[in-house]
Structures are given as structure tokens and as C-alpha cells.
Design a protein around this ligand. Sequence first.
Ligand code: ASP
Length: 436
Amino acid sequence: MTTAVTSAWRTYRSVPIIYRIAAAFVLGSALGLVVGRPATALQPLGDLFVRLLGMIIVPIVVFTLLLGARKLTPSTLGRIGGQVVALYLITTAVAIVIGLGVANLVDPGIGLEIADAEAQSAEAPSLVEVVLGIVPENPIGAMAAGDVLPTIFFTVVFGIALATLVEESEAGTAVHDGAEAIFDVAEAGAEAMFKVVWGVMEYGVVGVFALMAATFGEAGAEAILPFAKLVAALALAVGVHIGLTYLLVMQRGLMGESPTAFLAGAKDAMITALSIRSSSGTLPVTMSDAEGNFGVDEEVYGFSLPLGATINMDGTAMYQGVAAVFAANLVGETLTLGQQFTVVLTALLASVGTAGVPGSGLIMLTLVLTQLGLPLEVVGMVAGVDPILDRLRTMNNVAGDLAVTTLVAKWNGAIDYAGTVWSESADVSTVGTVDD
Ligand code: ASP
């Protein structure tokens, strides 16, 4: 008997967590549809999941961002590094704006309401207040109050300052070793928090089941459409960002290269990302595309791609825009300009500390929703469709790393064209011109 239970438990645990959550999403929704209103009695089990998510926010921001900022010292950056980081930030900001734009057009969450959750912000702040609000008057106060954006800001600044200290001081001095020790603590803290996150996600199977049963129990079958619209909105936004920003503006416009050559060169990495949902896991393929297909010098991609896998997350950041509008729809709100700007800032800064692993975009969403005063319950609800959303985000993330890497390589004369996709496309375009 015990062995049967143990082996059933093992089999259950052997299924990746996000698929178990997706199954819970489907089963919970089905239960809600079949049972109707009584299913809302499960709501407290969902609320517990929401509280657990809330619990991890501040520590995860502080620990992971300290580590993320460690790589951003003046000397590691240099000229090429500066260009890479600047382009990473600009393209990510553009991605978020596209995500918000598409979501505002589609309004994915219309038709679905969350029963008792309400937006917590009494009055939406103005644009000026948002910008001023980034800087905490008291960092500890911001952390204690769970104010995400000022916490992120302070942590990034502090992390860069620490990294600069490490670089400028000699090993063995109190300052150097003390700063390293803080990073070590942050590393251990981040690892520990990820263990907690996995525990929370384990419970998420129950939490998402309960949330979906309550949602569908309340809303009925109409609630299916919003989730389909959420996926469609992200797919559209990813298509627009890849098509316009990477292909048209960066490849065609700034590099004067054929967009199809870029797609041909980046396809292995994009397909891998689509299947494994991790930009860090895709890194070896992304690097081999940069070297083999695009002929980029290792000096450029050796820095830009590992950094990109951690700090450049266009798809993930864009998703925050789409999901924020979805969440606002769910509580019958419209995001003001100030709130949309808040999304851009929070997602942009948070992407520095977000790891390129499956599902990390969901954790980022807890930060963005908290900052906006929107219900965290939405994280549980969208978690069920995350296996699809995450694929799209990750594919976009690695395409963005390669788009920036190739552009910076071109600007710095660091591409060896022989035997690459560029030379093939150059041949094709020459032939095309002659034929014309
Ligand atoms: N899975 C994504 C990545 O690795 C991050 C996310 O959006 O969840 O890039």
C-alpha cells in the first residue's frame, strides 16, 4: 500500500511542475463549469496560494537583483558592453510598449471578473508621481511596505556600487571581502528563495485548481475566451516586435541586411527556446548560431549572450504589459498612462534580476501586479496557460539577444562574413538586383 502511494507520488512529481499546474488549470476550470457556484467555496485554497506568492516578492527582488547587478561594473561594460546594455534596455522598453499597445487593443481580460478581488490602489498616481516614486525616501521602509519599484531601484544601485567596490579594492581588504561576502549572502539567499518558489509552485497545483474552479464556477463558459485572447495577444505582440523591431528596424534598417537571413541564422536558437522554455538553457545553441551562422567574434557574443540570457528579456517584459492589461480588465479597470509607465519601468528594471529559466516571467508578474496594486490572484490564473505563453516569451528573448549581438558586432567590425547566412543572403540579393 505504502509503496503504491510512494510510487504514485513519484510519478506525479516526475511530471514538470508547470504541466501539473496546467492540468490543475484544466481540471479546476472543468469542475467550476460542471458544479457552478458551489465551486467558489474553494476560493480560500486559492487565496493561500496568492498569499504565498506575496510572501516571496521582496526577498526575491533583493537577492536576485543584487546578483544581476554584479555584472554591471564600468570595466566589464567598456564600449561594446555599453552598446550591448543600452540596446538591451531600449529594445526591452520597446517590447513592453508593444505589449501594452496590443493588449490595449485586444483587451484580453474583458468578459472575465474575479469574484472578490479588487484593485488595491485607491487612486492611480500621475506620471510625475510614478517617476519620483521610483526613488525611495527610505529603502528599508520601501521593502517593509512591499513597494516594488523603489525596492528594485535601490537594490540595483546598491548592487552596482558593491560590484564597483569589489573591482576597485584589493583582495584581502575589508571593503573588498565584505562586498564579496554580501554577494555570497545574496547568492545563497537567492538559491534559498528559489527553493521556496518551487515549494510555493508545488502548492500552486492546488491553488490554481481552486482559483480556476472558483472563477469558472462564478463566470461560466464565457471565461474561456479571455484566456485564448491572452495567448493571442502575446503571440501578436511577439510577432510585431520580431517583425518590426528586430527585422525591419535593426536588421534591414540599421544593418542593411536581409531579415530572412536573420531568421535563417537564429532559427535553431528560437526553436530550441520554444521547446525548452529557458534562455539560459538555450545559451549553447544561441552561441553556436552567433558564431557559426552569423560569424560574430567571440569577443562580442561571449559577453553579450550570457549577459542577455539574464538581463535581456524582451518577451518576458512584453508579457508583463499584456498581463497587466489582462489583470486590469479582470477588475474592471483601465490602466492610466502613469500605470502603464509604471509597467514599463518595473518590467525593465526587474528584468535585470530575472533568470532565463522556465516560468520566471510569472514571478516577475507578481512584482508588476503588486506595484500596480492589482490582485496577485491573476498570477495563479494565468499560470495555467503559462506553458504556452512561456514558449513565446522565451523564443522572443533569445531572438532579441541575437538581434542586439549581431548589430553591435556589425558596428564594431566584429563579423566574419565568410560562410555565414549573411554571405548567402548577399548572394541572393545580388542575383535579385541583376534579375530586376
Ligand atoms: N522562460 C523565460 C526565459 O528563460 C523567462 C520567462 O519569461 O519565464 O527566457
